[in-house]
Structure formats: C-alpha cells, structure tokens
Design a protein around this ligand. Sequence first.
Ligand SMILES: NC(=O)c1ccc[n+]([C@@H]2O[C@H](COP(=O)([O-])OP(=O)(O)OC[C@H]3O[C@@H](n4cnc5c(N)ncnc54)[C@H](O)[C@@H]3O)[C@@H](O)[C@H]2O)c1
Length: 485
Amino acid sequence: MQISVIGAGYVGLTTAACLAEIGHQVLCADSDLDKLKELNAGRLPFFEPHLDALVKRNTASGRLQFTSPAEAIEQGIAIFICVGTPPLENGEADLSAIESVARTIASSARGYRLVIEKSTVPVQTAKRLWKHLSIYNVTGLEFDVVSNPEFLREGSAVGDFFHPDRIVIGAESPRAVALMKEIYRPVLTSQTTCPVHSQCPSSHEIPLIVTDTNSAELVKHASNSFLAMKISFINLVADACEAAGADIAKVAEGMGSDKRIGQSFLNPGIGFGGFCFPKDLQAFVRIGEKLGCDFSLLKEVEKINLRRADQFVAKVKKELWVLRGKTLAIWGLAFKPDTDDVRFAPALNIVRRLLAEGASIRAYDPQAMEKAKEELPGITYCLSHYEAAQGADAVLVLTEWNEFRNLDWDTLSRTVAHPLLIDGRNLYHADEAAAHGFAYICIGKEPHAGTDHVPAANGCEPAPADTVSPVTSASSQPVSVPAVS
Ligand SMILES: NC(=O)c1ccc[n+]([C@@H]2O[C@H](COP(=O)([O-])OP(=O)(O)OC[C@H]3O[C@@H](n4cnc5c(N)ncnc54)[C@H](O)[C@@H]3O)[C@@H](O)[C@H]2O)c1
C-alpha cells in the first residue's frame, strides 16, 4: 500500500521503516527541514537499535523515501500522523501539530484517505479530527479517521513493531478496519522476517483489538498511566523497605510471582521519565478533570514520581554532607537504556539539583551525551564510565545500561577518590561492592556501609565492619585510567 508517515521522530521514523520492511511503499515526512536533510543523507536523528540498518536497507530498495509533509499527504492513501504532542504549561497535550497536519490533508489531498492517528492524544481527538477534516475539506476528499495508538518502547522499538503485545484499532467504518488489517497483515500473520532476532520468540497470535476511536484513545492513556502507577507504587514500597530494614528485591519478587501482578515494572529507582509516561500521565489527569472524573489517584502517582529526584539527592547528601566542591561521577543520562532520549529524563533532573548544590559533575552515557549537552552544557562529558569516575567522591548510577553491569571493581577502586557507589537503579550487589571496599547505597535496601558509616536516621543498623568507609579510605587516591570507549 502507498503509505505516508508524518513526523520522523522516534515513533514516525520507526513506523515508516518497519512498514517499508514489511513491503509497503512509504513516504516519511517531517516539517523539520534539517532533519529531512540528515535523513536524506543517510543519517538518523536519534539512536535506536536496529533502526539504522532498517532505514538503509529500505531506502536502498526504494520502499522508503523522505519528503515534505505536503508531498507525502498528496501521495499516501493511508496517512499515519506521528507528530509530537508535548505537554502544555497546564499539562494538557499540545495538539497544534496534529491540527496543522489535518488542515493540510483537508486542503490538499484528493480522492480517499485513511487518516491514522498514531500520536498519543486525548480521548475524543479522532472525533475532533473528523470534524476538522470535514470543515476544511475543499477538495471533496473522502476519508476515515482511525486511532491506532503506539505502544513501542524506545530501545526495543523495532522488535516491538514486529512482536507487539497487541494492535489496537479504533475505527468507525468497516472500510477503515479492512485497510488497517491489510496494513498490518504481515505482522499479524507473522509472514515477515523480523530484522531483530535471528530466532524470534515463539510466535503467538497477536491480539487485534478493534474498537471505536474513543476507546482506542483511552487504551493508550490508561495503559501508560497504569504502568506509571506501578512504578510509583513499587517506589513507595521501596521507601517502606528502607525505613523498615527490608529488601525491595525480595518484596518485588514475592509480589511479582503473583500472576495477577507480574514481575515487570516492579524495579524501584529514581522515577520514570521519557517522552511518554510523565506527559501522558499529566494529560490523563487533565482529561479526567475535563470529563468530570476524579483522577486524584494519578495526581499522587505524579507527586510520588516528582519526589524521587529529591529523595535521591538526599541520599547523596546524607553520605557526602556538603556537595559544594565535591566531584560526582554520573553513569547514565538517558531516561532508560538503549536510547539517546533525554526528554524528561530523571538523570538530568538530578544532575541539575546536584549542580545547584555546587557539585562538579563528570558524566558518561553510551548514547545520550550529544543530546544531554544541549540541556546540560556546564558539566564534563567523559569517554567511559571509568573515566567519569576519575577522582570522584561518589559514583552515581542513574541509567541501567548493560555496560555498567559487569564492573571491573579493581579499576574502579583505583580510579575514584572515595569508594562510594550510590546506585539509583539497583544494578549491583552490596556484598560484591563491599568485597571491593565500596560503600554501597541503593534503593529500597539497607545501605551497605563502611566501618565509620553513620547509621541512617531511620535507625538502619550499620553493615558489618569489613568494608571501607566512603570518606576515609586510604586506598583511594585517584589514578589515571585510559578512556574506555
Ligand atoms: N517516543 C515514544 O516512545 C513514544 C511511544 C508511543 C507513543 N508516542 C507518541 O508518539 C508521538 C510522537 O512521539 P515521538 O517520540 O516520535 O516525538 P518526536 O519529537 O521524536 O517526533 C515528532 C516529529 O514530528 C515532527 N513534526 C512536528 N510537527 C510537525 C508537522 N506539523 N508536520 C510534520 N512533522 C511535524 C517533529 O519535527 C518531529 O520530528 C507523541 O504523541 C508521543 O506521545 C511516543
């Protein structure tokens, strides 16, 4: 099918490349001319595993092309709207980009168009789109409006396209449903080779949920808000674990073993971020208000999440007392691993607070440093996590990149000024850290500290006295390490 995708961001570009991969003829468009220039030169505007190869293969075959929104709208029978819907000051989604695309479709497309809303939008947006297209229709355009919410996760977006948990189609006409089924048929029938796995996870039937447009739109906001709620919930439980001397890993395992709860999204940490959960949660709260529904539950979820950065900084201050003049190594800036996306990243929020306290920051992220530099120009960016740790009073783990997991503890202990590891993602084991002389503070567990560690105010007992104090280690002179790329 001749498909157009408007918006070449994380969702649009992935969707366009994957649709081309499954055999469609795809025009991908963006209003950002620089982005189009880069794409036409074969460079991706962001990092997403497997996407580069997919884009290259499909542009080479001619199935994927980059162009202006006007040309894409003129040619595509099915038009996926994948533009941004960022939050307004009041938390509502800004739908101006969607409105602008709709006006272009209404004024320039001819014949029939299937207008597919893939951007995350408030319930009843498809209805508004339909009305808007009707009002601005000057060409006798025939059209359907479909809601097809996107559930991809940055970092595994290509795999998610080929192995979705479900495909949701909100439509009001049989023709629209039939066209959507045709678009996704290769995925629904597993008649395509997934470009991610050499051996795909055992194929199961992918649920296709066909509904009205309002329900489809609500599926997206309700799903993201539910996942955000799960994260805030486990973070609350982690706080209780710290206060009571329990272990969040065991509590989460015990909870998650209940099939009704499940293990996923029970990892405590520094809070959720990214371009979806924070803004979608806020938008859902505003939607609730407009609909006259009491969504105060979700306001609490947001409040709990906002507190995470403060709580993490408080942990750092509890160990280091005054931050002015201290050097802190930051491991990870992206809002999650396997992406370079720093939008609403908790790591950036935390770094800003640490800077405000007068700390010097040495940061490393495998992919997100270029994007972070635009937001945080005043810090030192390093070539490896070991280089970032050089001379540091503490190492702070803020994103759970795999490359941080298998630590060379000896190198690290020769590198830091003080062996103190404050882990916002619970990547390590306290015993292992202690065995290498590190005081280890993480989330939802008792701190594992050195001999003269001052017990936490909540009454946690100090850990066994076979570890080295974060502030008095004799073996902690900073040494120079070669940059590891
Ligand atoms: N990023 C995710 O993980 C994710 C997942 C599911 C859903 N979503 C939703 O998908 C939508 C897009 O998200 P994203 O992360 O891809 O955003 P993005 O900012 O990466 O991409 C949006 C793109 O749209 C372009 N654009 C803006 N206005 C335009 C216009 N009028 N005409 C043409 N192009 C225009 C921008 O230049 C940008 O390249 C949002 O509604 C988001 O909530 C995102």
